[in-house]
Ligand binder design. Structure first.
Ligand SMILES: NC(=O)c1ccc[n+]([C@@H]2O[C@H](COP(=O)([O-])OP(=O)(O)OC[C@H]3O[C@@H](n4cnc5c(N)ncnc54)[C@H](O)[C@@H]3O)[C@@H](O)[C@H]2O)c1
Length: 442
C-alpha cells in the first residue's frame, strides 16, 4: 500500500513515520520548504522521543519520503491523510483554511479513486466541507473520479507520540462506505496487536469524539485545579484528596493532578472550538465555559503567590524558571503557562532566567532576549530571589538543594507542579509554595 500524509507537524510526521514502520510506503507533504529540506537531509524539525530512530530506519529503507508537491505524492496513493493545523480563529472557532485548502488541492490533482482522511482535529461537519471542496474542483475540471472521505482523529500525546501511535488505546474512524472501512481497516491492522479496538462509526460521531475526549480531559484538569485552590483555603491537602478520590475506580487516578493550568496546541483551542460549535447550534456548553475561565485564572496562580510573598512590587527581582514547554518531553510552547507567568513578571519589572532541557530554542523564537537562558538548572538559580517550577521535567525532581541554596539570594520556591514534599522542604529550610497544599514558611 502507498499513502500520503499532508502536514509534517507533530501529528503528520509521527503518523507518517509510524505507518512506514509497518511496511507501507509513505510520502509526507508540507508547504514549508525549509521543513521538507530538513527532513530530506535526515533531520527532524521537532523534539519527540523515539521518533529519530524509526524515521532514519524507514528513510533508509526508502519507505518514507518527503516532498512539497502534493500532486507528486498522489502517484499510486490509495489513502491521503490531511494532518495540517487547525488553529483558533479570532472567535475561538477552528480555522479550516488549511484543511479545506488541502482538500481543494487534492480535487485539482487526483486522477483515480482515493480515500481522503481528515486526521486534523476539526469541528463536526467538516468532512462534508472537505467532500464538497473536492467535488467542486473535480466539477471545475469536468471529470468524474470516485472518492471517499473519512474522519480519523488523532489521540497521540506530544512527548509520547510514537508510543501512543504504535500502541493506541483505540483508533476511531468515521466512514460513509464499506470500501473506505475496508481500506482503513487494512492500513491499521498492524496497530491492533495489543488487543485495543478500532472503532468504526459515522463521520459526525467520529469528529465529535475527538472534541469530547479533549474537553473531558481539560475538564478533569480545571476541576482539580479549582478543588486544589479550595483545599488551600480550608486547610486540606490536595495530594491526599487526589489519592482519596483517585482510588475510586469510577473516578480513576489519571489526569487529576493540579498545576498551573493546561496549555499546548490542543486543549485550549479544542475546548474553545467546541463551545463555539455548541453556540452555533443554540446550545450553551456551560461546563466548558467554566473549564476555560478556571484555566485562565489558574495560569496566574503562581503570580498571585509570588505577590503574596514579595508584595505587589516585583521591580528588580530576579526569578529562576525551571521549565518552559507546556509539559515535559516536548519542545512545544504553544499556550504554555510559562508564557503567561513570564509576561506578568516582565510587566512588573522583574527579570527571568529560564532553563528547559529542550524548549529553549523555541522559547527564544517566541520571547527573544526578553528573558535570559541558562545552561542548566543550577545556572538559572544564580542570584535568583526565587525559583519557579513550571514544567515537571523528571530531572527537576531530585536536585541538590544545598547547591541551589548557595546559588540563590533567598531560599524560596514556587512549585507549580507539586514535585517536592512540603515536609522535606521545611527540613531543608526553604520557603515553599505549591498548589493546593499549605505554604511552608521558614
Ligand atoms: N499536536 C498534538 O499533540 C495533536 C494531537 C492530536 C491532534 N492534533 C491535531 O492535529 C492537527 C495538526 O496538529 P500539529 O500539532 O501536527 O500541527 P503543526 O502546526 O505542528 O503542523 C502542521 C503542519 O501543516 C503544514 N501545512 C499547513 N498547510 C499546509 C498545506 N496546505 N499543505 C501541506 N502542509 C501544510 C504546516 O506547514 C505544518 O508543518 C491539528 O488539527 C491538531 O489539533 C494535534
Amino acid at each position: 500500500m502507498k499513502i500520503s500524509v499532508v502536514g509534517t507537524g507533530y501529528v503528520g510526521l509521527v503518523s507518517g513515520t509510524c505507518f512506514s514502520e509497518t511496511g507501507v510506503d509513505v510520502v509526507c507533504v508540507d508547504v514549508n520548504e525549509e521543513k521538507i529540506n530538513l527532513l530530506n537531509s535526515g533531520e527532524i524539525p521537532i523534539y519527540e522521543p523515539g521518533l529519530k530512530d524509526i524515521f532514519t530506519r524507514n528513510v533508509e529503507k526508502n519507505r518514507l519520503s518527503f516532498t512539497t508537491s502534493l500532486k507528486d505524492s498522489l502517484i499510486d496513493t490509495e489513502v491521503i491523510f490531511i494532518a495540517v493545523g487547525t488553529p483558533p480563529d479570532e472567535d475561538g472557532s477552528a480555522d479550516l483554511k488549511y484543511v479545506l485548502g488541502v482538500a481543494r488541492e487534492i480535487g485539482r490533482n487526483m486522477n483515480k479513486y482515493l480515500v481522503v482522511v481528515t486526521k486534523s482535529t476539526v469541528p463536526v461537519g467538516t468532512s462534508k466541507k472537505v467532500k464538497a471542496a473536492i467535488a467542486e474542483e473535480l466539477k471545475t475540471r469536468n471529470v468524474s473520479i470516485p472518492f471517499d472521505v473519512a474522519s480519523n482523529p488523532e489521540f497521540l500525546k506530544e512527548g509520547s507520540a510514537v508510543d501512543d501511535f504504535l500502541k493506541p488505546d483505540r483508533i476511531v474512524v468515521g466512514v460513509e462506505t464499506a470500501k473506505a472501512e475496508k481500506t482503513l481497516r487494512r492500513l491499521y491492522k498492524p496497530f491492533l496487536m495489543n488487543g485495543h479496538p478500532i472503532l468504526f462509526m459515522n463521520i459526525l460521531s467520529s469528529e465529535m469524539t475527538k472534541y469530547a475526549a479533549n474537553s473531558m480531559l481539560a475538564t478533569k484538569i480545571s476541576f482539580m485545579n479549582d478543588i486544589a485552590n479550595l483545599c488551600e483555603l480550608v486547610g486540606a491537602d490536595v495530594d491526599m484528596v487526589r489519592k482519596g478520590i483517585g482510588s475510586d475506580a469510577r473516578i480513576g487516578n489519571k489526569f487529576i493532578y493540579p498545576g498551573t493550568g493546561y496549555g499546548g496546541s490542543c486543549f485550549p483551542k479544542d475546548v474553545q472550538a467546541l463551545v463555539r460549535t455548541a453556540d452555533e447550534y443554540g446550545h450553551s456548553l456551560d461546563i466548558l465555559k467554566a473549564v476555560e475561565s478556571v484555566n485562565y485564572r489558574q495560569k496566574e496562580i503562581l503570580i498571585k503567590k509570588i505577590k503574596k510573598h514579595f508584595g505587589e512590587n516585583l521591580k528588580g527581582l530576579r526569578f529562576a524558571m525551571w521549565g518552559l514547554a507546556f509539559k515535559p518531553k516536548t519542545d512545544d510552547m504553544r499556550e504554555a503557562p510559562s508564557l503567561v507567568i513570564i509576561e506578568n513578571l516582565l510587566k512588573e519589572g522583574a527579570s527571568v532566567v529560564a532553563y528547559d532541557p529542550v524548549a529553549q530554542e523555541e522559547a527564544h523564537r517566541i520571547l527573544g532576549d526578553n528573558i535570559s537562558y541558562a545552561k542548566d538548572e543550577y545556572d538559572a538559580c544564580l542570584d535568583a530571589d526565587a525559583l519557579i517550577i513550571v514544567t515537571e521535567w523528571s530531572e527537576f525532581r531530585s536536585p541538590n538543594f544545598r547547591v541551589i541554596e548557595k546559588l540563590m539570594k533567598s531560599n524560596t520556591i514556587f512549585d507549580g507542579r507539586n514535585i517536592y514534599d512540603p515536609e522535606e522542604m521545611r527540613e531543608l529550610k526553604f520557603n515553599y509554595y505549591s498548589i493546593g497544599r499549605a505554604a511552608v514558611l521558614i
